[in-house]
Write a protein that binds this ligand. Structure first.
Ligand code: NAD
Length: 470
């Protein structure tokens, strides 16, 4: 008996040693390998688009597809961006196109060419010779086909989030961008939020030490919005799909601060969800609909481990009554940043020089820095992008200004022939949570490998940085 016990301990110790070693190395050593999905080979002669630069455009001529709640706001913002021309507008519904024309008229701009009335009218917009950029804000299932078609017509393309929903779409979008060498950007606005961008700047300047983990989320009860989406597209998608189907607001800021595909890469993820309750109950109460096989979990959690041993934790919950949150928490060896539920920083005393902020003596690693210190830090580390356009962004608005900053940067980079802030591999990495978390959930939360969407180039660029003309 005693001998058996000793043998079990030795076996357990050996197992533990192999697991510990495996997890520390991040190689997944041991017999439990992540589920892999196919990675199509890069076609011969096709080149990656890391750091892609396109010829400078004095005036960026834009066509908009999808003029619902979000698209209309984009048209309005573009009336404030110098060096742009709104050439064409498209929506299924003529009255929505007309409402956007009114925005142009109000801004003293000429009416744009109008496309509506058919599911395919947007293709005519993409074919126009006088457009440089196609800007897409339709429902989720149209984004990838529209991006692909626009690039095939020789246009740069940008799409609202999420820009692609399946792995097949993601690889098609990447291959089209690489084949055409056109810019393809996902319109992720949250990376331009004032707190997120300031924190990114602090992290890039080493104030937080080595960044070890980041959290992000989309926690937003959508009961006030469900009835507003054209053709009920958002509810339909949630009914049919399990997994984190709206991950990009959390993923974007987390991946930028962790230099994903600029020196690190995500290796694998695991996901877990709680059963769906509130949305099926809403459907019964509001619409008298009995949905017994509602797929999207009440709350979905995803954990990701990177090649360099960092972690990301992402949450999705559009069902539960609780305050809006994108979480955005960043942990480094010298400090911590949190946007939700409380916005603030905690730092070790040696993270900032004595005369850099007021009341330096109040800085400790185990509580939030006082409000005046936080203000001092945010002023000192204000990002150059915000220094340049904060005032206009706050005036024009759109989620407190970050929407305007996003559009402004897209146009600025196109005008100056610079790489865009977000490339097609960011699009792929931030969108892949939808299909990969579904795969994990369908397999009892098994680890699922995150493909290297750059196909071998994730370590070519050393650190994420925004490009500037001078
Ligand atoms: N980044 C953000 O903060 C943010 C905020 C809200 C919405 N969004 C995203 O914006 C997108 C649009 O959301 P929304 O709230 O405006 O939805 P919406 O339903 O109000 O608008 C979608 C529009 O697309 C149009 N459309 C659909 N199919 C079309 C086609 N074939 N041709 C032309 N037009 C077509 C519809 O008629 C509708 O007007 C979604 O991807 C959503 O996730 C992002």
């Amino acid at each position: 008996m005693k001998k058996l016990f000793t043998l079990s301990i030795i076996a357990a110790a050996l197992l533990f040693a192999s697991c510990t070693n495996g997890s520390q190395q991040g190689k997944g050593a041991g017999s439990y390998q992540p589920i892999e999905t196919p990675v199509p080979a890069r076609p011969a002669g096709q080149k990656h688009v890391l750091g892609l630069r396109a010829p400078k455009l004095d005036t960026v001529r834009v066509g908009f597809i999808g003029l619902g709640m979000r698209g209309r706001g984009a048209v309005e913002r573009f009336t404030h961006i110098p060096g742009t021309k709104i050439v064409a507008l498209c929506d299924l519904h003529a009255d929505r196109v007309e409402r956007s024309q009114e925005i142009l008229e109000k801004a003293g701009l000429p009416r744009a060419a109008a496309y509506s009335g058919s599911e395919e009218a947007w293709k005519e917009l993409c074919k126009r010779e006088d457009i440089d950029l196609v800007y897409i804000a339709t429902d989720w299932v149209h984004h990838a086909p529209m991006l692909i078609y626009a690039m095939e017509q020789g246009k740069h393309a940008a799409s609202e989030v999420p820009a692609a929903m399946t792995l097949e779409e993601i690889w098609d979008v990447i291959n089209t961008a690489e084949r055409t060498q056109k810019h393809c950007m996902q319109l992720e606005n949250c990376v331009y939020d004032f707190f997120e961008l300031t924190t990114l700047n602090m992290a890039q300047q080493g104030v937080l030490g080595e960044i070890l983990y980041a959290e992000g989320a989309y926690i937003h009860m959508l009961e006030d919005f469900w009835e507003e989406y054209e053709g009920d597209w958002r509810m339909e998608y949630n009914k049919k799909h399990r997994g984190d189907i709206y991950a990009t607001h959390g993923m974007g800021p987390a991946c930028q601060v962790l230099d994903i595909h600029r020196g690190d890469k995500m290796n694998y993820l695991v996901a877990m969800d709680s059963k769906p309750v509130s949305i099926p109950a809403y459907l019964k109460a509001k619409r008298g609909e009995e949905v017994t096989d509602f797929q999207n979990g009440q709350h979905t959690m995803t954990m990701i481990r990177t090649e360099k041993g960092k972690t990301i934790h992402i949450q999705h919950d559009v069902a539960s009554p609780r305050p809006y949150s994108r979480m955005y928490q960043v942990q480094g060896t010298k400090g911590f940043a949190s946007k939700y539920p409380r916005e603030g920083y905690a730092l070790k005393a040696d993270a900032v020089e004595k005369d850099a902020v007021p009341n330096h003596e109040k800085i400790t690693g185990h509580s939030y820095v006082p409000e005046e210190v936080k203000r001092g830090l945010m002023e000192k580390y204000k990002h150059p992008i915000h220094i340049e356009i904060e005032e206009t962004a706050k005036k024009v608005g759109g989620h407190g200004g970050m929407d305007y900053v996003m559009d402004y940067r897209l146009i600025y980079c196109l005008q100056n022939g610079l790489p865009l802030d977000m490339d097609v591999y960011d699009l792929a990495e931030w969108c892949c949570l939808a299909p990969l978390t579904a795969l994990s959930l369908e397999n009892n939360s098994a680890p699922v490998a995150v493909p290297d969407f750059t196909r071998g180039h994730w370590n070519d660029v050393k650190g994420f940085r925004h490009a500037f003309a001078n």
